[in-house]
Design a protein around this ligand. Structure first.
Ligand code: NAD
Length: 364
């Protein structure tokens, strides 16, 4: 199977879909990998490393010719979709729940689209779970951004000049990113509390050495392990409870999300106004609108001395390891779709059919 790896073109995207380590493994398994010159440079992978891993380096114009699959991180632009031949397999974060137009373009073009967001969350597919691998990186980076901005040391320090109290951090949403944020904040020495609407999470939070913040709000969980959206009354109750508790914290990392829906609004401006000057909110949900009312996606704002960091695409800021993990996820999916290095799509298979968002009419 011939696989093409283009350089990412989305603004600010530094990751690459396959790294040299994975190229070696896929080449040994019978895949032919062609990589656009410079595709890995922003993530720290040189063309020479790809060449010595068995990839063929190519200019953009020649990249997709003869390729049976194109693997990317971000969804392609409409011009990039138009350049794909009918029947090409495309693997990327295709945003199937929100980019309706893009998905329709793929369908019209006859592209066989596999969305990394749609990998079923079952044990067999864990090695392909790119939402989790990238959320892990984002959760880690969110805490580092907060640590960089807050004018306090995270750990308690006992010095000749006296004792310094540790930072008090709150993590809201204890899914994959939130749990990594808790672990990272703990490693830096903060005293950490966390909250999630899924009651099952309490134990995981406590096993990481954080305390579970009781807000009196309990949500439901879907079969896939995701939270269900709260009713407007419950959401108002959560906002009020948080407003009460939030002044206790120096750092707040929010990661609350409902797949395919705008981010739940958890922190109203009135709550921010009760925080001490110098406090920091890092809003990991900025991309889908933000968990804080004052978040400006892609920007860092100051509201009465409180910093609200709405930086988007945090995994791209840690492009080396984010790409390495993503690349392994993509390789696992490729090997699932082409077990012996030749494409063999089994539509009865839960991973293949669950991840596919567009396919040729004849194949359906
Ligand atoms: P996500 O990114 O969709 O959401 C992040 C977190 O926000 C979730 O924990 C959710 O409960 C929480 N949340 C939603 N609304 C909230 C609110 N109003 N207030 C506070 N928190 C709120 O989810 P995710 O991190 O990708 O995954 C969630 C869960 O899915 C995981 O913790 C795990 O249980 C499950 N999962 C399973 C597998 C698997 O392979 N079986 C893999 C990954 C994740």
């Amino acid at each position: 199977m011939r696989v093409a790896v283009p350089m990412e073109t989305a603004a600010g995207e530094r990751r690459v879909a396959l790294v040299p380590e994975t190229v070696s493994r896929l080449s040994a398994a019978g895949f032919e990998i062609r990589v656009e010159r410079g595709a890995g440079v922003a993530a720290g992978f040189a063309d020479e490393d790809y060449a010595s891993s068995g990839a063929e380096l190519s200019e953009r114009a020649d990249l997709a010719a003869g390729a049976e699959a194109v693997v990317r991180v971000a969804r392609p632009t409409s011009a990039e979709i138009a350049a794909l031949s009918s029947g090409t397999v495309l693997i990327a974060f295709l945003q199937p729940l929100t980019d309706i137009e893009g998905i329709e373009l793929l369908r019209q073009q006859g592209v066989v689209g596999f969305a990394m967001e749609s990998i079923p969350r079952i044990t067999r597919a864990q090695s392909m779970d790119a939402l989790s691998s990238q959320a892990t990186v984002a959760g880690y980076k969110a805490v580092l951004l907060a640590a960089d901005r807050v004018p306090k040391l995270f750990p308690m320090l006992m010095t000749a000049a006296g004792t310094i109290a540790p930072v008090r951090a709150l993590v809201i949403g204890a899914g994959v990113a939130g749990l990594q944020a808790i672990a990272t904040a703990r490693r830096l020495g903060a005293v950490v509390s966390a909250f999630d609407v899924r009651p099952a999470v309490k134990e995981q939070v406590e096993s990481l050495g954080a305390s579970f913040l009781e807000l009196g709000v309990h949500g439901e969980e879907t079969a896939g392990g995701y939270a269900k959206e709260l009713s407007p009354e419950e959401q108002a109750k959560q906002q009020a409870a948080l407003e009460e508790r939030i002044p206790d914290f120096d750092v707040v990392v929010t990661t609350a999300a409902i797949p395919g829906r705008p981010a739940p609004r958890l922190i109203p401006a009135t709550a921010v106004e009760r925080m001490s000057p110098g406090s920091v909110i890092v809003d990991l949900a900025a991309e889908t609108g933000g968990n804080c009312e004052l978040t400006v996606p892609g920007d860092v704002v100051d509201h009465r001395g409180v910093t609200i960091d709405g930086t988007t695409n945090l995994p791209s800021l840690m492009a080396f390891h984010a790409s390495q993990l993503y690349s392994r996820n993509v390789a696992a999916l490729l090997q699932h779709l082409a077990p012996d290095g030749a494409l063999a799509l089994d539509w009865e298979d839960e991973i293949t059919s669950g991840t596919c968002v567009t396919r040729l009419e004849a194949a359906s």
